[in-house]
Design a protein around this ligand. Structure first.
Ligand code: ATP
Ligand code: MG
Length: 792
């Protein structure tokens, strides 16, 4: 078929058609969001193949995520009668992996080499540092990891590096030792996948020439987010660079597609400068701009355009749409993050009633820690959802570690939890000691914690210290509120200290603090998770049936119900642990199930949805406090916001909250400055627009968020700058206790006799007291049932 009559070209505009049918040579498509870049890239592959210009094996296409690669394959299958499964379409890492699998011998790897993820890599480095007695105060493992990853990204091996001082020398030495260890164990990290395939191409003329001849067409999506090594890798496949750095094209065609306004990975080494380097070094003959947006209605697009126009560093592009204005962008202000999530769920319910598919609804947030409160609201509402690019909150490793400690407080015999944290944070208990302990436990038929007694030597002493630590924690947390228990465990376990020492532990620390919030909310807002546990009972029944159990076992009923006679109830901690266990696990929406999509803005790149919620639009959160103080950081935040807005096709919601429990504190956040950069006529304020809130436009001032450790004292309007700004609506407060009990009070119970109140939790019908009875030990009692009378 000729260019003109190919049906592939029917649904393209003139610029898109020109891009799809570009002649041989190197080209760049620079265009804004939703202008059809990815569509052009996919269609071009189909067009090249269907017109016989290239065979499927002659195409190499790089996408940014595995999800995008899969989507591209699906679209190609629809366009072409060829089997796309063997085609080289994938992420940089995926393609490099494939390349090294094919050439493992030349790459000097074992055939079955394994890949280390970032966590595994860190453990490997720690192991190494311990083995060589490296002072981890002076050389934190995390820093070593960054050093190694950075070196690899710059294409440098230890031998290529010049030490600039004693510390540098040590780091290079560690890098070399790390390489030896990986080589010996037959493992490669992510950076190594890239670097090793780059080196193989560079050093092996036959291999390089083979692939240069083979891949006649190289196409790269999201080019603005490539790093130095990825760019160098593309150059290796596309031509020859001489000793002076001059590049000569090998006769194949490279098509780079990107949008400088969507460059959001600078913090991970992405170089927007690769675009201009590409134009210069490849002597790009064709540059095409796409200016029509097919994704969004104009209220959404106008908002995106207006926002991004506040960035100074831009290559400059226009975007317009022929679709009408569509619906206004809805703005909502909530009194609390909890209320924000509730409102969102209500809106979603309405959308679903209006026949919107759940998978066409996306919730975007700036940081992972924000997802928990949203997940809880969705879970309680029985709304299926999926979290992308991250584990569900209670499944995250750091959360599971804390939960393991908490479980040990409740049950010292929980061997799984014991093993999970016996050497985490690391405390010098080696695999051999643990084996020895397991043997002893097995032969004596006792749980691990019991088997520790009588274990000889250093192993015995170390393990004994761990058991003693747990005992002390259990003692320390008597009488504390659930929130306080979690706080004590976070510190006493050493987890906080551990992640603080971690340069990349910030996210994990945030999640740990989020767990404190979860504990607090569990007691005050969720009434000990009554809603949350009420829901999955049916599911539990079903799973009981599938396991051949009696579905009517009483255990399946409300596990939180107090004993009708005495009022005895689960401890808040045990109830919380139940809640955590139920919320994790496989009630997560199945792949393919129609579910609401939750993800960070970073993870949403390239995707589109009918309805999008962008949540937590607050100073300090979005823009993020770490990026607010400098120009570059703020511009990257704005690009991130541009990406977020442009994901929406029909309906866009922006929400912010006056207060937010974050990092274990109630924060009073200002409305994001980004609201002031949006066109007023495109917005609809669902809640009254408060004047004088975020009016930071152009000031570049940092530090918009203020914190207070709870309560409403200290709330002044000074941070808000404007006069007459109304105080935020108060957050629902705990109802005052009506039971009249106080900690330390002597009480009498009909069955358990006299005792002392050691702790109180919850309010109203959910109020509970922990009482230390003189004869019956410590018990938790539901005050709506238990009769406790004060003793004078
Ligand atoms: P992003 O920058 O977000 O990655 P993009 O430039 O890659 O966006 P695409 O995802 O390719 O844009 O296209 C956006 C939407 O517009 C898609 O749903 C696509 O199918 C549709 N689209 C693109 N071009 C056309 C066209 N000519 N006619 C109709 N729909 C189109
Ligand atoms: Mg795209």
């Amino acid at each position: 078929p000729t260019a003109a009559d190919s049906p592939l070209l029917a649904n393209l505009n003139d610029e898109q058609r020109a891009a799809v049918t570009l002649p041989e040579g190197h080209s760049l498509i620079l265009a804004g969001a939703g202008s059809g870049k990815t569509r052009v890239l996919t269609t071009r592959i189909a067009w090249l193949i269907s017109t016989g210009q290239v065979s499927p094996g002659g195409v190499l296409a790089v996408t940014f995520t595995n999800k995008a690669a899969k989507e591209m394959m699906t679209r190609l299958t629809a366009l072409l009668p060829v089997n796309v499964r063997g085609m080289w379409i994938g992420t940089f890492h995926g393609l490099c992996n494939r390349f090294l699998r094919a050439h493992w011998k030349l790459a000097n790897l074992p055939q079955s080499f394994q890949i280390l993820d970032t966590q595994d890599q860190l453990s490997a480095i720690k192991r190494l540092m311990k083995q060589f007695n490296v002072d981890d105060e002076r050389f934190p493992a995390k820093q070593t990891q960054w050093f190694i990853a950075g070196a690899k990204e710059d294409g440098l091996r230890p031998g290529d590096m010049q030490a600039r001082g004693e510390d540098d020398r040590k780091k290079i030495e560690l890098y070399a030792l790390y390489e030896e260890q990986c080589q010996r164990e037959g493992v490669v990290d992510f950076g190594e996948l890239m670097l090793r395939s780059y080196e193989l191409l560079r050093d092996n003329d036959a291999v390089r020439e083979h692939y240069q001849r083979r891949f006649r067409h190289i196409l790269i999506d999201e080019f603005q987010d490539t790093n130095r090594l990825q760019y160098a890798w593309i150059k290796m496949l596309a031509g020859h660079t001489d000793a002076l750095g001059h590049f000569t094209s090998g006769g194949n065609s490279v098509l780079a597609v990107g949008d400088d306004d969507q460059s959001i990975y600078a913090f991970r080494g992405a170089r927007v400068g690769n675009m201009s380097d590409f134009v210069r070094e490849f002597d790009v003959q064709h540059q095409i701009k796409l200016e029509r947006n097919y994704r969004s209605f104009s209220n959404i697009l106008d908002s995106a355009n207006a926002l991004i126009s506040h960035n100074k560093k831009r290559l400059g592009k226009n975007l317009r749409t022929d679709q009408g204005p569509g619906e206004p962008v809805r703005v909502y202000e909530a009194p609390s993050d909890f209320a924000e999530a509730q409102w969102m769920v209500e809106e979603m319910r309405q959308l679903v009633r209006d026949d919107v598919e759940r998978k066409e609804i996306a919730v975007l947030y700036r940081s992972n820690a924000q997802s928990r409160v949203i997940e809880t609201a969705l879970f309680n509402a029985g709304m299926p959802y999926r979290v992308y690019g991250g584990l569900r909150f209670f499944e995250r490793a750091e959360i599971k570690h804390v939960l393991a400690y908490l479980r040990l407080l409740e049950n010292a015999d929980d061997d799984t939890s014991f093993l999970r944290v016996v050497n985490f944070p690391p405390r010098g208990i080696g695999a051999r000691s643990i084996e020895q302990l397991q043997d002893a436990a097995r032969s004596r038929g006792v749980p691990l914690t019991k088997a520790v007694e009588g274990l000889p030597g250093k192993a015995g002493a170390n393990l004994g210290a761990f058991v003693a630590k747990i005992d002390v924690m259990r003692e320390q947390t008597q009488g504390l509120s659930l929130k306080e228990i979690v706080e004590v465990v976070l510190e006493a376990s050493g987890l906080v200290e551990h992640y603080k020492a971690d340069r990349e532990g910030e996210d994990r620390l945030e999640n740990l603090e989020e767990l404190v919030n979860a504990a607090e909310a569990f007691v005050t807002q969720e009434g000990f998770g009554r809603d949350a546990v009420a829901l999955p009972v049916d599911e539990l029944r079903q799973s009981a049936v599938s396991q051949g159990l009696d579905p009517n076992l009483p255990v399946l009923d409300d596990p939180l119900a107090p004993d009708a006679d005495t009022g005895e109830t689960l401890s808040p901690l045990a109830a919380f642990l139940t809640h955590a266990a139920l919320e994790s696990g496989d009630n997560q929406a199945q792949a393919g199930q129609d579910a609401v999509q939750l993800m960070t803005v970073h993870a949403a790149k390239g995707l589109e949805f009918d309805c999008v919620f962008i949540t937590g639009m607050e100073e300090g959160l979005f823009p993020h406090e770490n990026s607010m103080s400098d120009f570059e950081g703020l511009e990257e935040e704005r690009r991130l916001m541009y990406v977020a807005i442009t994901r929406a096709r029909r309906r866009l919601y922006l929400s912010h909250s006056q207060t937010r429990l974050l990092h274990g504190q109630t924060r009073y956040n200002l409305r994001s400055r980004f609201f002031d950069e949006l066109p007023e006529e495109a917005l609809k304020w669902l809640t009254p627009k408060q004047s004088g809130f975020g009016h930071f436009a152009g000031s570049g001032a940092g530090g918009g968020a203020r914190s207070s450790s709870g309560g409403f004292g200290g709330f002044s309007s000074s941070g808000y700058g404007g006069s007459g700004s109304p105080a935020p609506a108060p957050v629902p407060q705990r109802a005052a206790p009506s039971h009249g009990l106080r900690s330390g009070m002597q009480v009498f119970h009909n069955k358990f006799g006299e005792g002392t109140v050691t702790a109180l939790e919850g309010s109203g019908d959910d109020a509970r007291a922990q009482v230390k009875f003189n004869r019956h030990g410590i018990k938790w009692l539901a005050l709506s049932v238990a009769k406790l009378t004060p003793v004078e």
